[in-house]
Write a protein that binds this ligand. Structure first.
Ligand code: 6GU
Length: 236
C-alpha cells in the first residue's frame, strides 16, 4: 500500500512514521508512506495556505489552490488510484471496520487541515471520504491522520510478526482484552492470579474469556449489544 499525507507539519509526523511497527512495515516493503508539505504548493510571497472567510466571521479557512495542486501533482507522479481522506471533526467516526476497509485499498491520500475549516469547494471538488477520530476538537488533522495510519498499517499482511498477527485476528471481534501479568509473581503485595500459574491451559483460557466478558460488560456494554450500537471498534 502507498499512503500519502498532505500536511503543514511533515516534521511532526515523520518521526512517528519512522518508529516502531510502522517503521518495520515500511522497511519490509509492506507500505510506503510519503509526507508532502502543503506549503510547497503555495503561489504567493507569504506562502499562504489559508485566508479570511467570505462573509466575515472569526478564524481562517484553508484555501483550495495549494491542496488541489498538491493532489494533482501526487496523482500525476503516481497514477495508482487513491482514496482521498479528509481528516475533520465533521467526518464519520473512525473505527476498526473503517480501518479494515481502508486496509484493502492500494493507496490512500490523507489530508490534514488546520485553521477553522476548509473551503467547501475542497469537499465538492475532491470528493474525499471525511473521517473524524472522536467527539473532541484537535487543532489539526495530524494526530488523527497518525491514528488512522497506525490502525490501518497494523492490518496489512506482513506488518506484524506472524504470531502476533494470527493472535490479532482471533481478537478482532469486539470484546476487551483480559487482564495480563508478567514477572514477578508478586509485586508490592499484589499476587498474580493463581490460575495463571497452574499450567492448566483449558482453565486459563476459561478464566481469560470470563474476565474479558465481565470487563466488557462493565466498561463497554455497547460492544456486547451490537444490535443497538453499530459501533465496531474491535478493541481488545
Ligand atoms: Cl480528524 N480533526 C480535528 N481537527 N479534530 C478532530 C478530528 C479530526 N477528529 C476528532 N477531532
Amino acid at each position: 500500500m502507498r499512503i500519502d499525507v498532505l500536511t503543514l507539519f511533515p516534521g511532526v509526523m515523520e518521526p512517528f512514521f519512522a518508529s516502531s511497527i510502522i517503521a518495520r512495515a515500511r522497511a519490509a516493503g509492506v507500505v510506503s508512506i510519503c509526507c508532502t508539505n502543503l506549503r510547497d504548493f503555495t503561489t504567493d510571497r507569504h506562502r499562504s495556505v489559508d485566508d479570511r472567510p467570505f462573509g466575515g466571521g472569526p478564524g481562517m479557512v484553508m484555501m483550495c489552490g495549494p491542496l488541489f495542486d498538491a493532489i494533482e501533482r501526487l496523482e500525476k507522479d503516481d497514477p495508482t488510484p487513491a482514496v482521498r481522506i479528509l481528516l475533520t471533526p465533521q467526518g464519520e467516526r473512525f473505527n476498526q471496520s473503517i480501518a479494515r476497509e481502508l486496509a484493502s485499498e492500494k493507496r490512500l491520500i490523507l489530508i490534514c487541515g488546520h485553521y477553522e475549516g476548509f473551503d467547501e469547494r475542497i469537499r465538492v471538488g475532491l470528493k474525499p471520504r471525511e473521517i473524524s477520530i472522536g467527539d473532541y476538537v484537535l487543532s489539526g488533522g495530524e494526530v488523527a491522520a497518525m491514528a488512522v495510519v497506525d490502525t490501518v498499517v497494523r492490518l496489512l499482511p506482513g506488518a506484524l510478526g506472524d504470531e502476533t498477527s494470527a493472535e490479532h485476528e482471533s481478537f478482532s471481534g469486539s470484546v476487551l482484552e483480559y487482564p495480563q501479568y508478567t514477572r514477578p509473581r508478586e509485586f508490592r503485595g499484589m499476587p498474580v492470579p493463581e490460575v495463571l500459574l497452574s499450567g492448566d491451559h483449558a482453565k486459563i483460557a476459561e478464566w481469560r474469556a470470563e474476565q474479558a466478558t465481565n470487563r466488557t460488560a462493565e466498561r463497554r456494554p455497547d460492544l456486547l449489544a451490537p444490535a443497538e450500537s453499530k459501533e465496531d471498534d474491535g478493541r481488545r
